[in-house]
Write a protein that binds this ligand. Structure first.
Ligand SMILES: C[S@@+](CC[C@H](N)C(=O)[O-])C[C@H]1O[C@@H](n2cnc3c(N)ncnc32)[C@H](O)[C@@H]1O
Ligand code: SF4
Length: 385
């Protein structure tokens, strides 16, 4: 069964924030002094040039500026990067181009400039509309600033907006989690991401957990009630934490979850590419620290590591992504993206069905609600033996 290259995305990592949030384990660094926007964009384009042989002739279907806080970058820097990228790679017409934005950094007038640069989707890190929760999360904005930032984006003609919310926050109860979803819905976004707060290793919260954290049962109740509210308002859940109005799913994240390909440029960015001619899947990641990456970007020294994903590892990696999706995956896509026949996963599939975690629907494999709740156990069935 040959590997067939899936759609290609481009991820651009912009690693700085105004302040590091105590729960965050992303590759994000507090900005101390003026940021080297120009040098960083030059380095991103050099990084892209260096990666191009992995993706010659292919079309980019989505771009995602993630962070960190990409909205710290001025629109002309985003514009220069997008122009440079589209001179090097073909962009699909109407490609989704997302920019992550912290509401504490949204300055008047900037959204229109981002839109002119080609950005057509904004993802806001709202987290909560409760000012006490926002303070306990160490956020740099309050709820009024969050409302205002979203409205500024809408006034600038951007209608494809995502709002990130977190739940199971310190000091939060079910009623407060409900109000957060109500306030988000009042802004009529196209998409809502609803993440359970997790205490990630090597964060301030992991070292000193905040008081008043909801327990697992309370967190589960919040998830269930909020999911139903979102569904009633027309936002269908399509992934563990993602909800969208019809036709407004995030194309970029969907490509990850469908085990698509992506180039990753910028400090610590990860890429995954299918090399048709070599019948190989390769992962490549960049030096993590911004200063080290900046000094080496565009050369072999800027690469933090590279590894080939062996055929026997691919089913697990595929499932890690695809089983997050409410509608699962089609077996022919598994075959094309893993380069393996469906029979290679017949035994774990059958076991998943036996345990009530998976369902077969024609050529699709769909996780049941039970399977979604015990996602890690289901995925573990596909570990190479
Ligand atoms: C890179 S951040 C988004 C943009 C921007 N940096 C911000 O925070 O406003 C991506 C999102 O991941 C979520 N997130 C970050 N750390 C998390 C954690 N420990 N548990 C759950 N969700 C988390 C937040 O909702 C955050 O908005
Ligand atoms: S602003 Fe976003 S990326 Fe930056 S530290 Fe906070 S959660 Fe992490």
């Amino acid at each position: 069964m040959p590997l067939r290259p899936p759609p290609l995305s481009l991820y651009v990592h912009l690693p700085w924030c105004v302040r590091k949030c105590p729960y965050c384990d992303f590759n994000s660094h507090e900005a101390r002094g003026p940021l080297p926007f120009e040098a960083y964009v030059d380095a991103l384009l050099a990084d892209l040039d260096h990666d191009l042989p992995l993706a010659w002739g292919r079309t980019v279907h989505s771009v995602f500026f993630g962070g960190g806080t990409p909205s710290l970058f001025p629109a002309d820097a985003i514009d220069r990067l997008l122009q440079g990228a589209s001179a090097r790679l073909r962009f699909a017409p109407g490609a989704e181009i997302t920019l992550e934005t912290n509401p504490g950094t949204a300055e008047h007038g900037r959204f229109e400039d981002y839109r002119r640069a080609g950005v057509n989707r904004i993802s806001f890190g709202i987290q909560s509309f409760d000012d006490g929760c926002l303070q306990r999360l160490g956020r740099i904005h309050d709820s009024a600033q969050a409302d205002a930032a979203v409205k500024l984006a809408q006034d600038a003609g951007l209608d494809n907006l995502n709002l990130d919310l977190m739940y199971a926050l310190p000091g939060q109860d079910l009623a407060m989690a409900i109000v957060d979803v109500e306030r988000a819905l009042a802004l009529q976004p196209a998409h809502v991401s609803h993440y359970q707060l997790t205490l990630e290793p090597n964060t301030v919260f992991a070292a000193r957990p905040p008081g008043g954290l909801p327990d697992d049962d309370q967190a589960w109740d919040m998830q269930e009630v909020c999911q139903a509210m979102l569904a009633d308002a027309g936002y269908a859940q399509y992934e563990v934490s993602a909800y969208a109005r019809p036709g407004r799913q995030c194309a970029h994240n969907l490509n990850y979850w469908r085990f698509g390909d992506y180039l990753g440029i910028g400090a610590g960015a990860h890429g995954k590419l299918t090399l048709g001619a070599q019948q190989a899947v390769v992962r490549r990641w960049k030096l993590k620290h911004p200063a080290a990456w900046l000094a080496a970007a565009g050369s072999a020294a800027g690469i933090g590591g590279e590894e080939f994903v062996a055929p026997q590892q691919r089913p697990f990696e595929f499932m890690l992504n695809a089983l997050r999706l409410v509608d699962g995956f089609a077996l022919p896509d598994f075959e094309a993206r893993c380069g393996l026949p469906a029979e290679a996963i017949e035994a774990p599939l059958a076991e998943g069905v036996d345990r009530g975690w998976l369902r077969r629907e024609g050529d699709r494999v769909v996780p049941t609600p039970l399977g979604r709740r015990f996602g890690n156990d289901v995925i573990a069935l596909f570990l190479a033996g």
